[in-house]
Design a protein around this ligand. Structure first.
Ligand SMILES: C[S@@+](CC[C@H](N)C(=O)[O-])C[C@H]1O[C@@H](n2cnc3c(N)ncnc32)[C@H](O)[C@@H]1O
Length: 209
């Protein structure tokens, strides 16, 4: 019998764990691990979750802090979760930002983004599409985050990755890369953690003293 690859074994482990624990996605474990390792929910009241469907990450947020105010957005529908304001929309569409702002009703303390484009099978094209979703995440974060607010975005390490990091360093006070154990070691996927937008773009930004 052929030996199973690390990818298959890990995928199966988290698939089974997600099923038995009632999570909608295997990816829920990645968020759990990042929250624990980086104290991502400390001092957080409001969260904006981009690309949230089917809702595994949202379930984790709800479970870890039932009092969080959560606004979630995805191109696809998402089965409801108690107390979560969900909006179906394209984060690349400028109008979506206005709707997010209206739903949040102020600044957010945490922006999460686990976006993946529809995969074409062409690596360069898929990486470029994914990068544009990360760039959009960072500009939404700049616009909506509180001064000490944090954002996490899934990125694929490929063409344009270094430029993205440099851009993030220009825009945020702290930039880190995180690889949660539930993410396969060999996959190009990594999570960008940025903290504190240097220049808040939002209209309700507090004036500098
Ligand atoms: C890997 S899934 C997210 C899984 C989610 N974190 C969970 O745990 O259930 C990626 C999502 O990105 C969404 N997406 C891709 N492009 C988008 C866009 N332009 N605007 C909004 N959502 C988008 C897809 O519809 C898909 O649901």
């Amino acid at each position: 019998m052929a030996r199973r690859s690390e990818k298959e074994r890990r995928g199966e482990h988290y698939y089974k764990a997600a099923k038995s624990q009632g999570y909608r996605s295997r990816s829920a474990f990645k968020l759990k691990q990042m929250i624990k390792g980086h104290k991502l929910l400390k001092g957080v009241d409001r969260v904006v979750e981009l690309c949230s469907s089917p809702g595994g990450w949202t379930q984790v947020l709800r479970e870890l802090d039932p009092s969080l105010e959560i606004v979630a957005v995805d191109l696809n529908p998402m089965p409801p979760l108690q107390g979560v304001k969900f909006m179906q929309g394209d984060i690349l569409d400028a109008k979506t930002m206005d709707s997010i702002k209206a739903l949040v009703g102020g600044s957010a303390d945490l922006v999460l983004s686990d976006c993946s484009p529809n995969v074409s099978g062409q690596w360069d094209l898929d990486v470029a599409r994914q990068l544009s979703l990360v760039e959009r995440t960072l500009s939404i974060a700049e616009e909506i985050l509180s001064p000490e607010g944090k954002a996490i975005a899934k990125v694929f390490q490929g063409p344009g990755f270094e430029e993205l990091l440099q851009d993030a360093k220009r825009k945020f006070n702290s930039v880190k890369l995180i690889k949660p154990p539930a993410s396969r070691r060999k996959s190009a996927e990594i999570y960008l953690l940025v903290t504190g937008p240097k220049e808040r773009k939002s209209e309700d930004a507090e004036p500098e003293s």
